[in-house]
Design a protein around this ligand. Structure first.
Ligand code: SF4
Length: 347
């Protein structure tokens, strides 16, 4: 449970790596409401990043990477970025017209691929505008909501328009042997999800933590002691930025490093790099992972689950959800879309 290189990283005062990969989470809206979602996207959610803000943030990210001799890689995700096609198209065009680094990829669940003509037309436009890669999500969770024939149509047409190397399918094994999970009863679904979790070691934050953690064997929180998050939070070189400008480290959505609408990412990176020791959540998870975060949350009233936790990220999410719902460290934890437990919805 305690790889030696983690202890070494902590003892040598880890540094914040330069951000080289950034995902713009254009919206929390999604046509689906996947059990596996690492936030709480759904048709009831919203928030859309406007084009001007996106271009401003993108440019600043480009400048940050260039200053350090690197090239920024930008991808667009959500929620579901195709939920507002005119807006998505306008954003990609504006970035291209502004001479920003080429768009690395867009991630989609293909819900919009309802006819051959429409699918081809959209992909051709994105191709002309320089999108390098299309990533299509298909798995036991998405197919509770999206007819598989749309996924197949999107992938097949994308392979013709963009060429096979520029189309990635997440998960390819599922694509080859799809399963319509809409038809399964609750027990069958749970069995299917448990097998999927075993095969694909996905993170458990957001709705996934609430709904899937029970399908994995529990462990006492003490097992996660000193399992620090230096690599994930400081050294991943990756950030996500949501429609409200919140900047999250790596895939740890809901831990706010700062706001890109208030402070350009170039300046924000410098600020975080100098001051992360003062960030209540980052300093805790860097020092001792989610176990340390739990210890720091106890004085605010957090009560450890006696039944245990599926893994360190499940523990982290559970503690952060308590803190966010209690209004503790509001500048460091949010927005509600990352923590809104549907059993006690909060927006
Ligand atoms: S424990 Fe928390 S901070 Fe660490 S990797 Fe998981 S979600 Fe991120």
């Amino acid at each position: 449970m305690h790889p030696p290189d983690q202890a070494d990283s902590v003892s040598t005062n880890p540094q914040l790596a330069v951000w080289e990969f950034a995902g713009l989470l254009l919206t929390y809206w999604c046509n689906a409401k996947c059990t596996f979602c690492y936030v709480y996207s759904s048709p009831e959610r919203g928030g859309w990043m406007n084009t001007t803000d996106a271009v401003t943030i993108w440019r600043s990210l480009d400048q940050l990477a260039a200053k350090h001799g690197k090239t920024m890689r930008i991808h667009l995700a959500g929620g579901e970025p195709f939920g507002d096609w005119p807006r998505l198209l306008a954003l990609v065009r504006a970035a291209r017209d502004a001479g920003l680094t080429p768009l690395e990829k867009i991630e989609t669940n293909a819900f919009w691929a309802t006819s051959d003509g429409l699918t081809r037309a959209r992909l051709e436009q994105l191709d002309v505008l320089g999108m390098e890669l299309l990533v299509v999500s298909t798995d036991v969770y998405h197919q509770e909501f999206i007819p598989f024939d749309r996924v197949r149509r999107c992938v097949e047409i994308a392979r013709k328009v963009l060429g096979p190397p520029r189309v990635r399918v997440r998960w390819w094994d599922f694509y080859k042997r799809p399963l319509d999970t809409r038809r399964l009863d609750t027990n069958e679904k749970n069995r299917t999800f448990a097998q999927a979790l075993d095969r694909h070691k996905d993170r458990l934050t957001g709705r996934a933590a609430d709904r899937l953690a029970d399908l994995l064997p529990p462990h006492p929180a003490e097992e996660f002691r000193d399992l620090n998050c230096v690599k994930e939070v400081l050294q991943s070189r990756h950030v996500h930025i949501d429609p409200y400008g919140n900047v999250f480290p790596g895939v740890c959505n809901g831990i706010i490093l700062g706001n890109a609408l208030k402070q350009p990412p170039e300046q924000l990176w410098k600020h975080v790099s100098t001051n992360w020791h003062e960030h209540p959540v980052v300093s805790a998870v860097v020092a001792g992972g989610s176990h340390e975060l739990m210890q720091r949350a106890k004085p605010f009233g957090y009560r450890q689950l006696e039944a245990g936790y599926a893994n360190k990220c499940h523990l982290c999410h559970h503690v952060r959800q308590f803190l966010q719902h209690s209004g503790i460290w509001p500048d460091a934890l949010g927005p509600a879309e990352c923590y809104a437990n549907e059993r006690a919805p909060r927006r």
